[in-house]
Ligand binder design. Structure first.
Ligand code: GLU
Length: 470
């Protein structure tokens, strides 16, 4: 009988390696680990796998911590750092030797290469059989050694994976992999097992690119007689073309999406739905996710990243978001005074219904703060024709006389001008919009008038009443 964890308690971990960015696929793995723990009222732990010293700069670590925090994933206790546990990894490697489950191997890199080359020449898979596995005498003086696991050779190893189902490999496939390198540093395979054990991890939820590693890791766990964790290997994210998500598909990092103006709750919802489902529900809040999340509904096949879906979720969350928060989020792009910021917040209900991302939201707000005479874009220029000038003059006159600068009074006044000129409202509203905003699209024209105020509105209209360069 193998040892097992107390089934009523869940401890998960997310174990990212600092690579310079937080890959959205990894972020989804983190999200699933976090949700599984939160759903079961267990613990969600974070371990930064920082053993690659060249890559694990403070900046690379901060990118991960910052990205997770932005997504709203909080961890139980402070983050663990794998590099701090190196002495413990070495200790376990030595314990494995004492238990007769590992050995020092003195094969030199040249000897290993010769064997690998021979296997390749004979077109057979290379499986190391080290003569040091069963030797009891001490190795040659002065020759560096590594510590290898005595991997099981008979039978098979079976994993009942919560996502992949039953997966088995013949133990003959597992070689005597290295646990401790000749410089005394642990391999990933050893470090991950020791840390998961010492942190009391019960459920290992990670990308299915680690499924093959799980068999080797189990061999170490069994050799130590430790409780076996439950595994859940989730499929990777693919691009819209079905190939593994990579740079050529565009943005990969969580921060790229933040910079594109995606709200964290939209990315959270999107990543959750990518590979997991709850009926037909598309909009799922954090609390609902915690209440509903399980691993039974994680699909086995890779999901495809769909930017359009993410954008439409984002548009939804922007519409739902608090106006003050949105105004703060886009203010940085607009360089605003205090009075401008207040105006931005007041304009938000109109502005936010048209934006798919925060950058669009900022762009859509820019006209409010533009200095006269406005720069007129191409679409707006096409609306400011010779025909439109008399209409603008009439509107300027009528609006100058409006006593209460309110949406409905303004609508009455503008409609009356159109009627008197015998044109449809749109014929007047379009050049009016172009004059007031410099653009051909904007929030409703009466809202624009209210936001700009009487003085600024009249001045902007007046700027366009005369022929350019007249
Ligand atoms: N540090 C590994 C990675 O980023 C994950 C290790 C694991 O989850 O076991 O791929």
């Amino acid at each position: 009988m193998s040892a097992s964890h107390n089934p009523s308690f869940v401890v998960t971990r997310f174990a990212p390696s600092p690579t310079g960015f937080l890959h959205i696929g990894n972020a989804r793995t983190g999200l699933f680990s976090w949700l599984f723990a939160r759903h079961h009222g267990g613990q969600a732990l974070l371990r930064v796998e920082d053993t690659d010293k060249a890559r694990s700069t403070q900046a690379a670590i901060d990118v991960i911590l910052d990205g997770l925090q932005w997504l709203g994933l909080d961890w139980d206790g402070p983050a663990h750092f794998q590099s701090e546990f190196e002495p413990r990894h070495a200790e376990v490697a030595h314990q494995l030797i004492e238990r007769g489950a590992a050995y020092r191997c003195y094969l030199t890199p040249e000897e290993l290469k010769a064997r690998r080359d021979k296997a390749q020449a004979e077109r057979r898979p290379f499986r190391l059989v080290s003569e040091w596995r069963d030797r009891s005498e001490a190795g040659p003086e002065g020759v560096p050694s590594v510590i290898r696991l005595k991997a099981p050779r008979e039978g098979e190893t079976v994993i009942e994976d919560l996502v992949q189902g039953r997966v088995a490999v013949a133990n003959a496939e597992l070689d005597d992999f290295v646990l401790l390198r000749s410089d005394g540093s642990p391999t990933y395979m050893l470090a991950v097992v020791v840390d998961d054990h010492d942190m009391g991890v019960t459920h290992i939820i990670r990308g299915d690119d680690h499924l093959n590693n799980a068999f080797r890791q189990l061999a170490i766990i069994r050799a130590m007689g430790w409780p076996e964790p439950t595994y859940a290997h989730i499929p990777l994210i693919h691009g819209p073309d079905g190939a593994k998500l990579s740079k050529r598909h565009g943005a990969l990092g969580v921060h790229d999406y933040r910079d594109m103006g995606i709200l964290p709750e939209a990315l959270f919802n999107y990543l959750l739905r990518l590979g997991w489902g709850h009926g037909d529900d598309e909009i799922i809040s954090k609390d609902q996710a915690i209440a509903w999340f399980d691993l039974d509904h994680v699909g086995k096949s890779p999901s495809r990243f769909d930017m359009k879906k993410l954008e439409s979720l984002n548009a939804h969350y922007i519409r739902e978001a608090d106006n003050e928060r949105l105004a703060k989020l886009v203010a940085g792009q607009l360089d605003l005074t205090k009075a401008d910021s207040d105006m931005l917040e007041r304009a938000m209900p109109e502005l936010k219904s048209r934006a798919h991302d925060l950058n669009q939201l900022a762009e859509g707000a820019r006209f409010l703060f533009a200095k006269r005479p406005l720069a007129i874009d191409e679409g707006a220029a096409a609306l400011l024709t010779a025909d439109s000038r008399p209409l603008l003059r009439a509107a300027h006159d009528a609006l100058g006389k409006v006593a209460a600068w309110e949406h409905d009074r303004l609508e009455e006044a503008v409609r009356l001008v159109a009627e008197q000129a015998d044109v449809k409202l749109g014929k007047l509203a379009q050049p009016l919009r172009a004059a007031l905003t410099g653009r051909s699209t904007s929030p409703g024209i009466f809202d624009v008038l209210v936001l700009l105020g009487q003085g600024e509105s009249l001045a902007r209209i007046a700027d366009q009443m005369v022929e350019p360069n007249a």
